[in-house]
Design a protein around this ligand. Structure first.
Ligand code: ADP
Length: 622
């Protein structure tokens, strides 16, 4: 029996039906006779089976379709395969071509890579260069900024300098004839501000003596074939006062196409400088013609000027000596003189007529008298020395001859004088008891005079010995106060009318030349007697001060003027005054005394007041 469709209502969806398939079956039940007693009808729900079968059928159908389609597809695939193979073939070919091209391209790329590398390196180098250039540019920029600042500073400095030096500036246009004068320029020419500047006005100012050549120079200067520079010194007559002044004018001409278009420059009043130049030219002429050697040098003893007389005197030319040390002229045993001179000048003392010896080019030693003055800067600092040296060799030789002569004469006189002295002493003794009242006194006076004469002759002899360096100091120990007492007593004998007080020091032994010290004491006491009025007291003193013994003689005499005090220990120096000119003497006593004390490493000096008296001192080391 056929399967029947019989839909059942869908309980979930009212009104809707669910398809259901039923398979009816009829089964007869037989009785004992084998007849059908009844039939059993059954309806089997075969919906699932049907649906499955249908689905199967459908799927078979679909499969068939698919098969068909597959077949067609297969064919297509085959075709496609053929095409694919062809395409593959083509692809192979293409691939090969591509590979070839890729290889080629790779090579090219490799090449270009190398190039690139090189390029890169070059680029790096260029970059570096750029960086350096950049740095340089930055530096230049900085320098430019600095330079600008400097430029501004220096231009303001220049302005200040121009103002402070009173340097005038001018600007002339030769084409238009226009002329500009700065304030300083107008001040120099004496032209008021309101007066218009013009070349004609300027030309009028030129001094008649200089006008022509100056104008010629200006005309020449603006010619293009000439250098266009202008540097002249000439005279002008000031516009306001007519006063003649010297000016130094400097200028530069600027050209445009062979045409002078601008002429600018400066002007400076050099009148004072010119006068100074003239003055120094005069001085130079005096120095050149002087008979004395005039030399200047630095504090380091380097010679800076050397005149003709110096050339004559020392034999060296200026070229040989300028820049050299002055020590080239100083004998080796006198090298300590230079520092001494300098220290004396520094302490404000003068160094005049300092007698010494100097060496000449040919090795001779000449006697010179040197006066030295300090060269000072505007603040009064000593920056050098100027020396005037006079050749005194001749004079020295004369003096030596004179001294020799005096020495010889004194020596010759001494012998008869000694005999005369001895004879007079004996005669004095013998005549003491004489009845003749005149003779004893006369003998005594003769004795005093002979003593004076002997002292004088001894003095000359000593000077002569001193000059020829033959004076001998023979030191021996002795009691100074004893010696002083002896000299005071002796002087008292000869100058009976005077009162000499002696205030002795405690007994003191010194080591010195007794005779020479005796002559010093005798000379100082003798002078006190000579140069003070009769009856005025004389005080002799001896004191111990520190490590020295100090002897002094105080008188109430004429006194000595300050100017003379410095010179009285010089040889043959005598004070020239109405009072003293009648007092006999040769000016050698103090000179000899000073030399003797000096040779004992002592000191001699005087304190004096005019019309009140003098005190002479000497001190000797113990
Ligand atoms: P002289 O006395 O022989 O001239 P000195 O050398 O002893 O030589 O003295 C030098 C000069 O010093 C003297 O000429 C004199 O003018 C001055 N003089 C020396 N002693 C005194 C004194 N006590 N008072 C004033 N003047 C003096």
């Amino acid at each position: 029996m056929r399967v029947q469709r019989y839909d059942v209502p869908d309980i979930n969806n009212p009104g809707k039906f669910i398809p259901r398939y039923w398979d009816p079956s009829h089964t007869p039940v037989l009785d004992e006779q084998v007849d059908i007693s009844y039939i059993i009808q059954l309806a089997n729900n075969v919906t699932d089976k049907i649906l499955t079968e249908r689905a199967l059928l459908n799927s078979q159908l679909e499969q068939t379709d698919t098969m068909e389609q597959m077949k067609a597809l297969n064919e297509e695939l085959l075709l496609t395969n053929v095409q694919l193979r062809e395409t593959q073939q083509n692809l192979y070919t293409l691939n090969a071509q591509l590979e070839e091209r890729v290889a080629k391209r790779t090579q090219e790329l490799a090449d270009s890579y190398n190039e690139q590398q090189t390029l890169n390196k070059e680029l790096a180098a260029t970059n570096e260069e750029h960086a350096t250039v950049n740095q340089e540019l930055t530096d230049i920029q900085q320098r430019l900024v600095d330079t600008n600042v400097e430029l501004e500073t220096s231009s303001s400095r220049l302005r200040m300098a121009i103002e402070s030096t009173q340097l005038g500036t001018w600007d002339y246009n030769p084409v238009s004839g226009e002329l500009y004068w700065s304030k300083e320029c107008r001040d120099i020419y004496g032209i008021p501000q309101e007066l218009k500047a013009s070349f004609e006005l300027y030309a009028q100012l030129l001094h008649p003596g200089d006008s022509q050549w100056v104008l010629e120079q200006i005309a020449a200067c603006i010619q293009p074939d000439l250098k266009g520079r202008y540097d002249l010194s000439y005279r002008i007559n000031r516009y306001d006062s007519g006063e003649t002044r010297w000016v130094k004018v400097k200028g530069t001409v600027y050209f445009e196409e062979e045409q002078a278009t601008r002429f600018i420059g400066t002007v400076l009043d050099i009148t004072e400088m010119k006068l100074a130049q003239e003055e120094s030219a005069k001085l130079a002429a005096i120095i050149a013609s002087s008979d004395d050697a005039i030399v200047s040098k630095t504090l380091d003893s380097v010679i800076t000027s050397w005149n003709q007389s110096a050339e004559r005197m020392f034999g060296f030319t200026a070229e040989e000596m300028i820049g050299e040390s002055i020590y080239k002229l100083i004998p080796p045993d006198r090298t300590d003189e230079e520092p001494l001179i300098l220290s004396r000048l520094k302490s404000g003392q003068r160094v005049e007529h300092f007698e010494t010896k100097r060496l000449t080019k040919d090795g001779r030693q000449i006697d010179v008298s040197v006066s030295v003055s300090p060269i000072k800067d505007k603040d009064g600092r000593i920056i050098g020395l100027s020396k005037i040296a006079r050749d005194i060799t001749e004079r020295k030789q004369d003096e030596a001859r004179k001294s020799d002569f005096i020495g010889m004469v004194s020596h010759e006189l001494k012998t008869p004088l000694t005999s005369l002295n001895a004879l007079l002493q004996v005669a004095e003794l013998k005549l003491k008891t004489s009845e003749d009242s005149f003779l004893p006194g006369a003998m005594q006076k003769a004795n005093v005079e002979v003593k004076k004469m002997t002292n004088m002759i001894n003095g000359f002899l000593n000077v002569s010995r001193l000059e020829s360096a033959k004076i001998l100091i023979e030191k021996e120990p002795f009691q100074l106060e004893e010696l002083i007492t002896e000299v005071v007593d002796e002087t008292n004998l000869t100058v009976g009318s005077r009162q000499i007080d002696f205030d002795p020091c405690p007994p003191v032994t010194i080591k010195a030349d007794r005779d020479k010290i005796s002559s010093v004491i005798s000379n100082l006491i003798g002078n006190a007697v000579k140069y003070s009025p009769n009856g005025a007291a004389i005080a002799v003193k001896c004191e111990l001060i520190g490590q020295n013994v100090v002897f002094s003689v105080k008188d109430q005499g004429l006194g000595i003027a300050e100017a003379d005090v410095k010179k009285i220990f010089d040889r043959y120096y005598r004070v020239q005054s109405n009072h003293s000119k009648h007092i006999s003497g040769f000016g050698i006593g103090l000179y000899l005394s000073a030399e003797i004390i000096d040779r004992h490493d002592g000191k001699i000096w005087v304190e004096s007041e005019m019309k009140k008296g003098s005190t002479f001192y000497f001190s000797l080391p113990l």
